[in-house]
Write a protein that binds this ligand. Structure first.
Ligand SMILES: Nc1ncnc2c1ncn2[C@@H]1O[C@H](COP(=O)(O)OP(=O)(O)OP(=O)(O)O)[C@@H](O)[C@H]1O
Ligand SMILES: [Mg+2]
Length: 340
């Protein structure tokens, strides 16, 4: 285990920000940390790195209790959103800085800087000053500098959020490549759910100072433990039913609501219901179809379905049309009502 956070509580200005977080990351694992603004992501990273005071609980790094170890001795590096580079210094000086502190010899530093610049695709930029570089280039330098410190744990606090979509994807790609090459245990804070689902070994989702689910991307998506988790990863249909005298709530992903012709073939495991097409909203390759159904199982229900646009023309779908809806019961995830 590379990192273990145990019952971590952090209070800032008399307000409890983290309410007892348990969290572990394996050696070489890539974890994305997600959650709404203000939920405590940066505070969690800072507690791991020793940059905030921890009131209760422990942080373990590679089996060693780190709670009382100074930040610079922990082997953790945070790359913040504002990067914190030295604007008037050259790229070389910025990257070499942690090595200088560690007492690495000049020749060795030069060699290492060239190697790191190649890794972040900035070969030849040694003498350029930071203030003469673009946002994306600065982020590459910040990454190179973080790697120069040879961290045991790399903590990336949304370092790419200021970039346009294309550059952000490129940086995501680069981070993934660097991770593959260097195998550094990495925690990436991001708002980009798609990126997190694509590139992480596991995803940690936080809300209001608590970790609400920590799982592989697939588990997170297909087996959310609460409605909040389900809704975080995309629009869902919400339904309610009575179960053992209690109301329970279910979610169904849009693409799990399949539309077929009324006389379509029926599978005995499917619930096939007739519904009226209310509205069709095109969004490029995909379209959302809102449906109204009235039947005894769910009662009157509005359902959203997501289908390929080509299917719309194939079925000749239009408002007011009656279609057959197929829902596989297995695709509905039920929760205790109120567990949001
Ligand atoms: N130095 C501080 N003084 C007072 N309150 C703070 C301080 N740092 C953080 N907080 C509060 O702690 C909570 C968590 O903040 P944190 O920065 O960890 O959130 P976050 O999840 O990183 O948010 P974002 O996605 O916006 O970066 C917020 O309510 C914030 O206002
Ligand atoms: Mg933050």
């Amino acid at each position: 285990m590379s990192l273990k956070v145990e019952k971590l509580k952090v209070t800032i200005q008399k307000k409890e920000i983290l309410h007892g977080i348990n969290f572990e990351v394996k050696q070489g694992e890539f974890v994305s940390l997600l959650g709404p603004s203000g939920c405590g992501k940066t505070t969690l990273l800072k507690s791991i790195a020793g940059l905030v005071e921890v009131q209760e609980g422990e942080v373990w790094i590679q089996g060693e209790k780190a709670t009382n170890i100074l930040p610079e001795k922990r082997g953790t590096i945070i790359v913040f959103q504002d990067l914190r580079l030295f604007p008037n210094m050259t790229v070389e000086k910025n990257i070499a800085f942690p090595m200088e502190i560690a007492g690495v010899k000049k020749d060795e530093r030069k060699k290492k800087v060239a190697e790191l610049l190649a890794a972040v695709q900035l070969s030849g930029f040694e003498k350029r000053r930071i203030r003469e570089m673009s946002g994306g280039q600065m982020q590459r330098v910040a990454l190179a500098r973080a790697l120069a410190a040879k961290p045991k744990i790399l903590l990336l606090d949304e370092p790419f959020s200021g970039l346009d979509e294309k550059l952000r994807l490129e940086m995501g790609e680069l981070v993934r490549k660097l991770h593959e090459t260097w195998k550094i245990t990495t925690i990436l804070v991001t708002h980009d759910k798609r990126e997190a689902l694509q590139m992480s070994d596991r995803i940690a989702l936080m809300d209001s100072g608590r970790l609400i689910q920590y799982d592989t991307p697939k588990e997170m998506f297909y087996h959310p433990t609460s409605r909040m988790v389900a809704e975080y990863f995309g629009k869902v249909n919400v339904m309610k039913k009575e179960h053992d005298g209690r109301m329970i709530e279910g979610i169904l992903r849009l693409f799990s609501v399949q539309i077929a012709k009324v006389e379509g073939k029926e599978n005995k495991n499917d619930i096939s219901i007739h519904a009226k097409v209310e509205e069709i909203t095109f969004a490029g390759e995909l379209a959302e179809v809102s449906l109204i159904l009235e039947e005894p199982y769910f009662g009157r229900l509005e359902l959203l379905s997501q289908v390929m646009s080509s299917k719309i023309s194939e079925l000749n779908l239009s408002g007011g049309m009656i279609v057959a809806i197929k829902i596989n019961e297995k695709d509905i995830v039920w929760f205790e009502s109120g567990e949001v």
